[in-house]
Design a protein around this ligand. Structure first.
Ligand code: PMP
Length: 399
């Protein structure tokens, strides 16, 4: 009877806790700009049309057998093409070890576990700030973490020189976590030129780039363009790792569908690495779930459905970009003397507003607006209907 008496309640997750508080609030004007899930202009969750059509095609044709340990072969093939390019030699030469993962989170965790098992001196350098779960993932995998400069609070942009210094000063052969596009929580990405410099410096130092790509398509509206950072590193001959997720860009949040890939020196090494990734997965969950994989392979394996998907991704990205302009315009029209240029400069799902935790608390208390205390606004929760209310509230608490 004493087994669990010492167990205290866990600390609330800073992101998921926001949704809980939002749901508990009965105020009619309440706004949730906390969680990073896309909403339409009525604030409703979206099931993409390409997903509905894929489901129609799947129904009746599906069995419930286990997937292979590494997951759906056709899903992985299509997913690698998105990250590495349709005509990638790495894919042709079978140099990429890839397994289906439990969305982006699962892909990151599997990689962290792989590092722990096979790196003689595992460590990971993480940007400041980053998605809070990155810290949990590498902590639970028992891989020591360091940080590198990324965001510049004054400019609300990239602290490029400090970032480059940290890359230069890190011990040779360090592992770095990079957000491929639409950095969470800041919405600040390096430019193409900056990515080239970063890649060059990684070459000089022999660092390992691990790309977390949770928002491919959400930054520019075009998945191909959003993969540019990765392509630059590949052109420079880096052996990268990559976590991909279909949560956001296909709206498959709850399906937990994604992919982990590791570029190897040759096919033989890729076979070995893949077998070890499967070996890590086997005692945790044996093999990954089938339904989301079937949705993805059905969409990406069909020219028309893939085209429809590309249009729908663009539609989601464009709505968000429009809301950035609307939010900034509203704030400026209210006469806010502060600069809100960063709202439209930042990209992807999030706007790092620069509001303090105290200002966020006021927004919640006085205006029933819910967001993380780091001032991160999920632009996906902003709509034509609430942008005016949101802008006014932000203006009031930042005066
Ligand atoms: N990485 C980043 C940077 C994210 O923002 C997210 C989603 N919040 C993920 C990974 C993983 O999400 P999921 O596991 O739902 O794919």
């Amino acid at each position: 009877t004493e087994w669990w008496r010492h167990v205290e309640p866990a600390a609330k997750d800073p992101i998921l806790g926001v949704t809980e508080a939002f749901l508990a609030d009965s105020h009619p004007d309440k706004v949730n700009v906390g969680v990073g899930a896309y909403r339409d202009d009525d604030g409703k969750p979206v099931v993409l049309e390409c997903v509905r059509e894929a489901e129609r095609r799947i129904t009746g044709n599906m069995n419930m057998e286990y997937l292979p340990m590494g997951g759906s072969v056709s899903m992985i093939h299509e997913t690698l093409k998105l990250a590495y390019g349709e005509d990638s030699d790495l894919i042709k030469d079978k140099r990429i070890a890839a397994v289906q993962a439990l969305s982006g989170t699962g892909a990151c965790r599997l990689f962290a576990d792989f590092q722990k098992r096979f790196s003689p001196d595992p460590q990971i350098c993480i940007p400041v700030p980053t998605w809070s779960n990155h810290h949990n993932i590498w902590r639970d995998a028992r891989v020591p973490q360091k940080t590198f400069h990324y965001y510049h609070p004054d400019s609300r942009g990239l602290d490029f020189s400090a970032m480059m210094d940290d890359i230069k000063n890190a011990p040779n052969g360090s592992f770095f976590l990079l957000h491929a596009c639409a950095h969470n929580p800041t919405g600040v990405d390096p430019t193409e030129e900056q990515w080239k410099e970063i890649s060059q410096q990684f070459k000089v130092k022999g660092h390992f780039p691990f790309f977390d790509m949770a928002y491919q398509g959400f930054a520019s509206g075009d998945p191909e363009r959003d993969a540019k950072s990765i392509r630059i590193f590949l052109e420079d001959g880096h052996l990268i790792g990559c976590a991909q997720s279909y949560a956001k860009n296909m709206g498959l949040y709850g399906q937990r569908i994604g992919c982990l890939s590791v570029v190897c020196e040759d096919e033989k090494q890729a076979v070995a690495v893949k077998s070890q990734l499967q070996q890590l997965a086997r005692p945790m969950y044996s093999n990954p779930p089938v339904h989301g994989a079937l949705i993805v392979s059905t969409i990406l394996g069909d020219q028309n459905l893939k085209q429809l998907w590309l249009e729908e991704v663009k539609g989601m990205a464009n709505r968000i970009i429009g809301m950035r302009t609307a939010l900034r315009d509203n704030l400026e029209n209210l006469g806010s003397p502060l600069s809100w240029e960063h709202i439209t400069k930042q990209i992807g799902m999030f706007c790092y507003s620069g509001m303090t935790p105290e200002q966020v608390d006021l927004l919640t208390k006085q205006y029933h607006i819910y967001m993380t205390r780091n001032g991160r606004i999920s632009m996906a929760g902003v709509t034509t209907g609430n942008v005016g209310y949101l802008a006014n509230a932000i203006h009031q608490v930042t005066k």
